[in-house]
Ligand binder design. Structure first.
Ligand code: RAM
Length: 336
């Protein structure tokens, strides 16, 4: 009897080894992050932070970004990751609703889903990792351009893609801010879309300047857009004539902040955003959180974080946006 029992244990061990069960490789699981598109330095930093977190918990990080910022390419990637049996997917979405069938399929297979940076709708995720309060981000950019243009004149917005849920939400808040009587002499003439592609963002900036020769200011709530617009304004000698603000990476914008083409701008730490996304995904996989309001977990060096209600879904907040100007840009330009 004892021999049979010992034999059974041996058999179980051999089968476990063959299947990889109980082996130390990927014991903490496979975690994928999908950014909006490849070649975006903000996305590279976000994925770097995600990888840092996953390596800290002993998991395997899979980093993906489609060539074009489309929902279709992200859906294909989600399907591939489902087939790879990953444990979690963190995604910066190219569309709020279009990923729903693919992400629901992932969740039905036990895969935990986190959106970060650019949200999917609440039905398509367990939780969203939000960079900062969207109302504050939208309002503060309008307040900045108002001050820069001296309170009157035409302004335009240069955004990412027309489907980007983060930019669209910020633009909604910009429009609400512009409804205040204070802005009666400020006219928003156009929202242009550079699709987070450098060349398209350059072309859209040039088109804005051509169509609106009296344009006084541009708000670009995208790191790709603001850097492209800064280059165009610099090349055309428009410093001081057309003002620029928005959300920019210090590494890409330091020269323009110093030259005065962009007097100040805002952002948060993209490495920390990805890192928080990684820890949130891990906490879902281990069952430490389910994505319900009131859930708490320790996000590595960022400390304890809480899941809160946000609209019809839940989210985890990174922090407040940070203002960059000539006085502090040098401290940050080598960080991100
Ligand atoms: C771009 C992307 C990203 C956004 C930043 C501010 O890099 O659109 O999603 O969060 O800008």
């Amino acid at each position: 009897m004892q021999k049979v029992f010992a034999g059974l244990i041996c058999l179980v061990l051999v089968v476990s080894m063959v299947l990889g069960i109980g082996s130390s490789v990927n014991a903490a699981g496979k975690y994928a992050v999908i950014f909006k598109s490849a070649g975006n330095p903000f996305g590279e930093k976000l994925m770097e932070g995600f990888k840092d977190a996953i390596e800290e918990v002993g998991g395997e990080a899979i980093l993906r970004a489609p060539a074009q910022p489309t929902a279709e390419e992200q859906i294909q990637m989600i399907e591939q990751l489902i087939a790879q049996r990953v444990d979690a997917i963190a995604i910066s979405a190219n569309d709020y609703d279009a990923l729903e069938p693919a992400l629901k399929k992932a969740m039905s297979r036990g895969i935990k889903v986190v959106s970060l940076d650019s949200a999917v709708n609440p039905q398509s995720r367990h939780v969203h990792v939000n960079q900062a309060d969207p109302e504050l981000i939208g309002r503060v950019e309008v307040q900045a351009i108002y001050e820069m243009i001296g309170g009157e004149g035409q302004i335009a917005i240069l955004s990412a893609t027309s489907q980007a849920s983060n930019q669209n939400l910020w633009i909604e808040w910009m429009k609400k801010e512009l409804e205040k009587p204070k802005y009666d002499k400020v006219e928003l003439v156009k929202v242009a879309y550079g699709d987070d592609l450098r060349d398209k963002s350059v072309a859209e900036t040039e088109a804005l300047l051509k169509s609106y020769p009296n344009l006084k200011g541009i708000i670009a709530p995208t790191t790709v857009g603001i850097a492209a617009a800064a280059k165009v304004l610099t090349d055309k000698g428009l410093k001081g004539k057309v003002q620029l603000t928005g959300l920019g990476l210090p590494s890409e914008m330091a020269e323009y902040i110093k030259s005065g083409v962009c007097q100040w701008m805002y952002l948060w730490n993209p490495i920390d955003l990805g890192y928080l996304g990684g820890y949130a995904a891990h906490a879902l996989v281990t069952g430490e959180i389910t994505g319900e309001p009131g859930d708490t977990f320790v996000a590595g060096k960022l400390g304890e974080k809480e899941v809160i209600q946000a609209g019809e879904g839940t989210e985890i907040m990174l922090g407040a946006p940070f203002k960059f100007d000539a006085s502090n840009i040098d401290e940050w330009k080598d960080v991100y």
